[in-house]
Design a protein around this ligand. Structure first.
Ligand code: FAD
Ligand code: SF4
Length: 366
């Protein structure tokens, strides 16, 4: 195989990357990789001045492929593809490696580990560039029909939006009842609208649209084809009838499964130990006007300490297992805490006939 001349450009992003990743070390290691002719560090790779420097390097060093290790391709893939073109390089011989969102921002307290990960990511980008070849863009006909898989709130909204654009929609729901998790929930954060009402409103809208076909009790069993023309086989109902559809695109909106602790984890399995989702259902079913008090040890909600509360209870809630993470008591949040699920669950309580009224004040907007 002939020798390639690949250039690697490692971005500091003005400290966003270099504060947590040793970018000079990344460049030193990558410079020693097979087929790498140049490895450089830049403060702001997307700046006009740096792009011009990279163009000059491509031409002077006769590079036949480049990798920029920087932010998400969502932000700058096109920027650097255009830069490659201006340098006379096929735009598809450029590859972007994300060492910001997927590395420095994700590992802010582990410089060594983040640096090692960045090196591996850039190596993978080099390997991809090495295997790449010049490509020309082509146009493909796209079927104006989209399959949305999952009819929870996300799938329903996606279907309605696509229909508003004049695109035919096949909405596929595995269960017999559309709406997903929130379909049976009461008030939701942040506007206290009932989940049940929200879903029935969306279903009303959906039934008025002739461009959306809803298949419940249906599941995808096979998919073939490519963007623009996918062939998708559905199993319809318990009878097991299968039917094939052609669609131009697929939206996957299959939602989430609540975290279920292992036996004994946080007292899971003991009476009165609930997940947040179970707590929601308990609260939703609670009598209006009757006090609801949680007997929790401690919890952090929006960074504030909630005092333990005891008293009359609708259901004996002795501890709440968070869906997103192991518990963050007694004093700090774990690094994996997503900081929203507990807010979403507790915030609507403040507006109920409940003795526990937003002890942390107004809930912030997400
Ligand atoms: C305890 C708790 C409290 C929350 N409180 C709030 C709140 O107050 N406010 C708020 O905005 N958000 C809240 N959330 C978040 C909210 O519930 C979710 O963001 C929302 O339900 C996600 O909707 P979804 O449509 O993506 O997923 P889901 O509701 O999970 O729906 C997914 C759908 O896809 C279907 N499906 C799955 N797999 C397949 C398949 N293979 N084929 C076909 N269909 C499939 C499922 O049957 C389901 O109907 C809370 C979450 C939790 C856990
Ligand atoms: S290329 Fe991306 S990572 Fe680099 S400076 Fe620009 S925004 Fe930041």
């Amino acid at each position: 195989m002939s020798q390639r001349r690949i250039g690697a450009f490692i971005c500091e992003c003005g400290g966003n990357i270099s504060d947590h990743v040793d970018v000079k070390r990344v460049a030193e290691v990558i410079e020693g990789e097979p087929d790498v002719a140049v490895a450089k560090v830049a403060m702001f790779t997307c700046s006009d001045a740096t792009q011009q420097e990279i163009i000059e390097t491509i031409q002077e060093e006769k590079l036949d492929g480049i990798v920029v290790a920087s932010c998400s391709p969502k932000l700058h893939l096109e920027t650097f593809r255009a830069m490659a073109s201006r340098a006379g390089l096929n735009r598809f011989l450029y590859n972007q490696v994300n060492i910001r969102e997927q590395c420095s921002w994700a590992h802010t307290h582990q410089r060594e580990g983040a640096t090692a990960k960045a090196i591996r990511l850039v190596r993978a980008g080099i390997a991809r560039t090495r295997a790449g070849r010049s490509l020309e863009t082509i146009r493909v006909q796209t079927l104006p029909r989209v399959m949305v898989i999952g009819a929870g709130v996300a799938g329903l909204r996606a279907a309605l939006s696509l229909d508003s654009l004049g695109i035919e929609v096949l909405l596929v729901e595995r269960s017999e009842r559309p709406g997903g998790h929130i379909a049976s929930w009461g008030p939701l954060f942040p506007n206290n609208r009932s989940g049940e009402e929200l879903i029935s409103e969306l279903l009303d809208q959906l039934h008025r649209r002739s461009g959306i076909q809803l298949y419940t009790g249906a599941e995808v069993v096979e998919r073939a084809g490519a963007v623009g023309d996918f062939s998708v086989t559905l199993r319809l109902g318990d009878g097991g009838d299968v039917k094939r559809f052609h669609v131009g695109a697929i939206v996957v909106a299959t939602g989430f499964s609540p975290y279920e602790p292992a036996a004994q984890e946080l007292g899971w399995g003991l009476p009165g130990v609930l997940t947040l989702e179970e707590l929601r259902r308990t609260l939703d079913g609670a009598e209006e006007g009757r006090p609801i008090l949680l007997c929790m040890s401690t919890a952090w909600v929006v960074g504030r300490h909630l005092e333990p509360r005891m008293g009359t209870i609708t259901a004996p809630v002795s501890a709440v297992a968070r869906r997103c993470t192991p518990p963050c008591w007694p004093t700090s949040r774990t690094p994996t805490c997503v900081s929203t699920t507990c807010i979403e669950t507790f915030a609507p309580m403040g507006s109920r006939s409940c003795s526990w009224r937003r002890p942390w004040g107004e809930a912030p907007s997400l």
